[in-house]
Design a protein around this ligand. Structure first.
Ligand SMILES: [Fe+2]
Length: 399
């Protein structure tokens, strides 16, 4: 039997409708002065920023606001936020937003916690290049209020960061960046526009399909992944069409949490490895859209070359999408790709890398970037892929 060892979440989870009002009471247990990290204006427009500030102030917390965090946050964005936290003596970091905002907050908590007078760059904690600083309990406590159902960042120990100079987007993993408090307020999720619901929802599906098929998958991963797949295939189109439907938002929020936990017991594979390289070259390309352009091609590649277990797992994916699988054969396994392509069509996510502005001349550089920053996920793919094959997969993603 396979031996495995995990670090389980150390997160206090709050989930339901109108839960934001309870924020201050819980944050007060973690610190006195909060760096509040937010992204675009939408949280302000819908009144959730005000509600967050009110709840924190009501409990006597001081707030330093760091706003405007962009998708695919860079080393500079993180280091600047950490400088702000240090200069103001913040002792807790609160994120209100999607994956980029939550990841930025996690990265800031690492840098601010491990820096004294001068900021130590987040890149020194990030892995590529082999000189990695250790992430310790000095990391500031993190509070994550998710505004999307997508990354699972509010319940996992990962954060990503992009280095624009080296053109690498990499993942940071540490048990110290499990948020101490994760808050899901379904009212916030109801404010998501359809296109954001679609791309973040597809990210959830990618996490669970990849973790399930990954070489690092095990029986516990399967439990989380299969349920989450079923929820996404059943509810994402409805959440996309009826944003105010609490039941569908709840289903997607649950799938997001299950996907976050799946990342604890397994690892993503080629779609994420390749999509990070695209983001490193094109930071404005939305993560969910890049995944949509790449995933069907990679699934075909894996089914085509995979062993019996890979075939069987893709048959399971097809079943979770409601497909009838008669026997575990390669032909049947391809039904999983059909199901994913049907879903992408319903969500208007049937895009190519070319549609996203990717230039053919960058493809070779993107292959190198994926090997430099995402070697782990490449190696976790159930079918080993050479540089030439990865280049071919990028090319297929362009078509
Ligand atoms: Fe993702």
């Amino acid at each position: 039997m396979k031996h495995y060892q995990y670090s389980l979440p150390r997160t206090n989870l709050i989930f339901g409708e109108d839960t934001l009002k309870n924020l201050g009471i819980e944050v007060k247990k973690l610190g006195k002065r909060a760096l509040l990290v937010t992204g675009t204006k939408s949280m302000e427009r819908f009144g959730f920023l005000e509600k967050t500030v009110d709840s924190l102030k009501k409990e006597g917390l001081e707030i330093v606001h760091y706003s405007g965090v962009a998708p695919n946050p860079t080393v500079e964005i993180v280091n600047y936020g950490a400088e702000k936290a240090l200069a103001n003596g913040c002792d807790v970091v609160v994120a209100l937003g999607g994956g980029s905002v939550m990841d930025t907050a996690k990265n800031i908590a690492i840098v601010a916690g491990h820096s004294e007078k001068e900021v130590v760059s987040i890149w020194e904690f990030s892995g590529p290049g082999g000189k990695t600083r250790e992430i310790t309990a000095k990391t500031l406590p993190i509070v994550a209020i998710t505004s999307t159902s997508g990354t699972g960042s509010h319940v996992n120990r990962f954060a990503v960061v992009t280095n624009e100079k080296t053109r690498e987007k990499t993942g940071i993993m540490s048990p110290f960046i499990y948020p101490r408090l994760s808050l899901t307020d379904l009212d916030i999720l109801c404010s998501m526009p359809p296109s954001l619901t679609a791309r973040t929802g597809f990210d959830v599906l990618s996490h669970v399909m990849e973790c399930f098929v990954s070489k690092e998958s095990n029986s516990l991963t399967g439990l989380h992944c299969l349920k989450a797949m079923q929820l996404v295939f059943n509810y994402l189109p409805q959440a996309y069409n009826e944003g105010n439907n609490i039941k569908t938002r709840e289903a997607m929020a649950l799938a997001d949490i299950l996907a976050g936990w799946a990342l604890t017991t397994s690892r993503v594979i080629l779609p994420h490895a390749l999509s990070h390289a695209v983001s490193a070259f094109y930071p404005k390309a939305e993560h969910g859209l890049v995944l949509a352009a790449l995933t069907p091609q990679i699934m075909r590649f894996n089914i085509d070359r995979g062993d019996e277990e890979v075939i069987e797992k893709h048959c399971e994916i097809a079943k979770m999408a409601g497909g009838r699988i008669i026997s575990s054969t390669k032909k049947e396994a391809f039904k999983s790709v059909d199901a994913v392509e049907r879903l992408l069509k319903k969500l208007k996510l049937n895009v190519t890398l070319q549609n996203l502005g990717v230039d053919e001349k960058d493809l070779e550089g993107m292959v190198e970037s994926s090997f430099a920053a995402m070697k782990g996920p490449i190696e976790a793919n159930p079918v080993s892929a050479t540089r030439k094959e990865i280049l071919h997969l990028f090319k297929r993603g362009m078509e």
